[in-house]
Design a protein around this ligand. Structure first.
Ligand code: URA
Length: 215
């Protein structure tokens, strides 16, 4: 079967992913299996940004493929979208880990790791994709894209201007939702679906607005 030609953005993203694959820039390079660069549609106006890869992502090289990723896929579907409609990546591209009682666990990325990774890779991804809408999944992405000391309980679901995209908003991280039980689980899951719908609608709205490149 003939291969489909890549769009210009997809080709440039692929080039960046090749450059990132051997990245030695921070200590996470020592323990990672694969750099998890991103997945989905480089031509989408909607970019989702998570925190950092976990074990499944580290093993496969793809973002959001573990339990949190399955929940994200479900919520995307309930919001009328598939992965191929959005571009998905993380603030840091390598799995942050810690050892606890002989077990390797995930941990949030540290400020120094974010400070190295964001200008090297995330900012370049954003510059190629030029999304009109960024939906931050969780606080580390919101702190990076929207503003420092982002308060998820007060500020999720609100639209902000960002130097990275005309519209930016933060939603609950799927891994956080998975830690909820009963009504709290159902409610937080629904909030993520609502935020995905709002982001999808905002991206549609932005298409009909005059183009302004802020970054
Ligand atoms: N959590 C994230 O923030 N990103 C992933 O890719 C997987 C889990």
């Amino acid at each position: 079967m003939a291969e489909e030609a890549l769009s210009e953005k997809a080709r440039r993203i692929q080039e960046l992913a090749v450059q990132a694959a051997p990245c030695p820039a921070c200590d996470l390079a020592q323990s990672r299996t694969k750099v998890v660069f991103g997945d989905g549609n480089a031509d989408s106006p909607l970019m989702l940004i998570g925190e950092g890869p976990g074990a499944n992502e580290d093993a496969t090289g793809l973002p959001f493929v573990g339990r949190a990723g399955k929940l994200l896929d479900e919520c995307l579907r309930e919001a009328g979208m598939l992965r191929k409609h959005v571009y998905i990546t993380n603030v840091v591209k390598c799995r942050p880990t810690l050892e606890e009682m002989g077990k390797i666990k995930n941990r949030p990325p540290r400020a120094d790791e974010i400070g190295v990774c964001v200008p090297l890779w995330l900012e370049k991804q954003i510059a190629v994709i030029q999304p009109s809408v960024i939906l931050c999944l969780g606080a580390p992405a919101a702190n990076t894209i929207i503003h420092r000391n982002f308060k998820m309980t007060q500020e999720r679901g609100q639209w902000f201007e960002s130097k990275y995209a005309r519209y930016a908003m933060a939603a609950l991280h799927p891994a956080y939702i998975l830690r909820q039980e009963g009504d709290a689980y159902a409610q937080s899951r629904q909030l993520l679906i609502d935020d995905l719908i709002a982001a999808r609608d905002k991206a549609k709205q932005a298409k009909s607005e005059p183009k302004m490149t802020l970054f």
